[in-house]
Design a protein around this ligand. Structure first.
Ligand SMILES: Nc1ncnc2c1ncn2[C@@H]1O[C@H](COP(=O)(O)OP(=O)(O)OP(=O)(O)O)[C@@H](O)[C@H]1O
Ligand SMILES: [Mg+2]
Length: 468
């Protein structure tokens, strides 16, 4: 923890212009219209080779403009030889699919690009119809696209020119393997494959070997995993009064920064819901996002936050397969980690929601006596130290009782609503949809836990070898 600094800016590379990257006039005019003045380093480096027809792997930090790095050259090629379905973009989360679609729609407006999003949680019949009318760009999560491929033959991906795997590391790590295989089988061998990711992993290298043809590879060089515009703080506090600290920080921050946009990350759906209710009770309007909320409501909540109607969003980061940590909302200026993420990489993705595209931002991590080791692991991974955030314990004490009461009331209300039961029902529904028997799955899980516990017990009771 102690003080420290980071290096390497996410700023547009000085002296470079969209005009010089080989893009047609209508595209760079559109970039200017959107307010993108200069290309970012990943755009400068990856757009020309993609235009030349090369496969490409691009790795750069969060918020560095990876989407436009593949969307711009694809749109250019599409405008030269328009037909559908021209490109397929795969991405691990539903929300991310919609964000990518938005960028394609805006950048491709002058050529009336047709973009379709195919993700879970939305009407499959309608998606089938959308696919039949041959959109130019299909943006999809692997699961739902694989479902469509297996259940109907009214569309074909055999002529696509581009396959993009965005957040490729997550696509591979999150066990999409089987679905990717189903999709890859129906794609033409002759195509351009583009992989984009915030981190380069061994899995990505493996994928490169199977899916690509001598790709152009570009990785942003940097010693520090987070961007320079990000100030990183921690607050050390006793675990049992953490929520009072959170409310005090929010209260003070929103008083000074009236137009701020704040994202708070927690570790469970239930806690997200409870914190949302506590915030509302204390006069801090917010929206919550977690996997127990239906897709339509999640998009509506995101829209409210994006349009600044509500400036606090509370979310889980790993809610089954929907990683809200990928959200791109440029105005987010504060990230609060209500829990310290177990994996340093998750920390990087969370704090990467602020200080995007050369802007500034702040991240505050709430640290209890139990988390110090995790914080050190994060600092080592990021190669930068967090500084202590200034909070007044005296002010926290003033709201202690109010927060504890609001929290208790929220817990009672959730119990009345059978939040836990609903979660169980959702889980069972999901298993049924996957063609599995929920009771059988529960038995398997119990058996697995029993075996694991037995293994641990055996290890503990093994007598240490006597020294001779
Ligand atoms: N050349 C540019 N100049 C200024 N802003 C840009 C530029 N290119 C993209 N942006 C903006 O930067 C933000 C981040 O872009 P994008 O979502 O593509 O980043 P990313 O690298 O994919 O991040 P992540 O790893 O979090 O997905 C977007 O709001 C986008 O509009
Ligand atoms: Mg991205």
């Amino acid at each position: 923890m102690a003080s420290g600094s980071s290096s390497s800016k996410q700023k547009p590379s000085s002296g470079e212009h969209f005009e010089k990257l080989g893009l047609n006039e209508w595209l760079w005019t559109q970039c200017h219209n959107m307010g993108l003045r200069q290309p970012t380093p990943i755009q400068v480096n990856c757009i020309p080779p993609i235009l030349e027809g090369k496969d490409c792997i691009g790795c750069a930090k969060t918020g560095s403009g990876k989407t436009a790095a593949f969307a711009l050259p694809i749109l250019q090629k599409l405008s030269e030889d328009p037909f559908g379905i021209f490109a397929l973009v795969l991405t691990p989360t539903r929300e991310l699919a919609f964000q990518i679609a938005e960028q394609f729609n805006v950048l491709g407006k002058p050529i009336n690009v047709r973009v379709t999003v195919i993700t879970g949680g939305l009407d499959m019949m309608q998606q089938g119809i959308d696919l039949q009318v041959k959109p130019h760009i299909v943006i999809s999560t692997p699961g739902r696209l694989a479902d469509h491929l297996q259940s109907c033959d009214t569309f074909s991906l055999r002529k696509i020119k581009f396959l993009v795997l965005d957040e490729a590391d997550r696509l591979i790590e999150d066990d999409f393997g089987e679905q990717l295989e189903t999709i890859f089988k129906v794609l033409p061998k002759k195509r351009q494959t583009l992989l984009f990711s915030a981190t380069m992993t061994k899995h990505l290298k493996d994928l490169q070997d199977v899916a690509m043809n001598k790709p152009f590879f570009w990785q942003q060089k940097s010693e520090v995993a987070t961007v320079e515009g990000l100030k990183q703080y921690y607050v050390l506090m006793p675990a049992d009064i953490k929520d009072a600290y959170l409310m005090q920080i929010l209260d003070k921050y929103t008083e000074i920064n009236k137009k701020s946009s704040i994202m708070i990350f927690t570790n469970t759906c239930k806690y997200t819901q409870i914190l949302g209710m506590v915030c509302t009770q204390l006069g801090l309007p917010c929206v919550v996002l977690h996997s127990m909320i239906r897709q339509k409501e999640r998009l509506a909540a995101l829209a409210k936050f994006k349009s600044n109607q509500i400036n606090i969003l509370i979310a889980t980061d790993v809610a089954s397969r929907y990683h809200y940590t990928f959200i791109d909302i440029p105005t987010v200026d504060l990230i609060i980690n209500h829990n310290v993420p177990n994996k340093p990489k998750d920390y990087v993705h969370r704090v990467g929601r602020t200080a995007r595209a050369g802007r500034c931002g702040t991240a505050i991590t709430l640290v209890t006596q139990f988390d110090v080791r995790l914080v050190h692991a994060i600092e080592e991974f990021v190669n930068s130290k967090m500084e202590e955030y200034d909070t007044k314990e005296k002010d926290v004490m003033k709201i202690l009782v109010e927060v504890a009461t609001a929290k208790r009331e929220a817990e009672i209300r959730l119990d009345e609503r059978d939040f836990g039961v609903q979660k169980e029902i959702n889980k069972r529904k999901k298993l049924l949809m996957e063609g599995k028997d929920p009771d059988e799955e529960a038995r398997k899980k119990q058996k697995y836990i029993r075996e694991k516990n037995q293994e641990k017990k055996n290890k503990r009771t093994q007598k240490p070898k006597s020294k001779t």
